[in-house]
Ligand binder design. Sequence first.
Ligand code: CP
Length: 315
Amino acid sequence: MTTDLQIDSSGKLRHLITLDGLGHDRISDLLDRAVELRQHFAEAGQRPQLLAGRTIINLFFETSTRTRCSFELAARRLGATVLNFDISRSSTSKGESLEDTVATLEAMQADAFIVRHRENGTPARLAACTRKAAILNAGDGNHAHPTQGLLDALTIRDRHADFSRLKVTICGDIRHSRVARSDIHVLSALGARDIRLCGPKTLLPVASEFPHLRIFEDFDEAISGCDVVIMLRLQRERMVEALIGDEAEYFSRYGLDSTRLGRAADNAMVMHPGPINRGIEIAEDVADGRQSVILDQVANGIPVRMAALSSLLGG
Ligand code: CP
């Protein structure tokens, strides 16, 4: 989809569905706002209640730990009321359409919906039918996970101001990954020119999807000299057939262990959006090692989601 649906006629961000086409300045503004909010919350007693009186509803049709909890904490820390909609006890199980469910909740004066769904395009579909409420995409199929892209960009920007000099390798199940797509969009918007995609042929995107990126099947080659290594989980829930052999073989070719990490630049950042599968895509000692910023990514999820919510809701 284009960004048109996300931007209102005055140029303001109305929904957050994708980072594709959002542009350098708008993304930088969101990251700057996240840094400001992070600073406020690091200083004792500073709790700007930017979302006081607002109601935010978590609508998660797929499981989540990081995204759901950090959206909830972000919203509550800014003073919002948060409702975690229980799909299993809702009238969606009686055949109510998602559009009708959202319209019903909007009539109860919900200001924003955080939507995760297995089908590409569901958040955009809902954004097209809300009257006033904002839709924030918390991950749809393999399409987009914009707040993950933003928090990954912030984690990198905390250490590297100039994206144009970065060498980034994204390795693993790229074909099924909404995180990879949002990371590619945000890194490209911020100026990264050397983004390498690596994985077995069966888990790579079709070459025409990212014609400007280099694609590798050899991880040792792809990781060489990299400043940032982003590892991805095998997303078996989105595979319609078995696309890899056994996990030990996968790890030996595409797992990140300390020997392979030694081929990257000194102090290269090790990233992973989680949930991590130790010993399948990343070795235990690398996941917990000094170059790992996996928990920094998690921590940055809160200010990034505060920034997104307060931007959309005008706080
Ligand atoms: N990174 C991520 O989306 O994690 P969750 O599935 O736990 O939200």
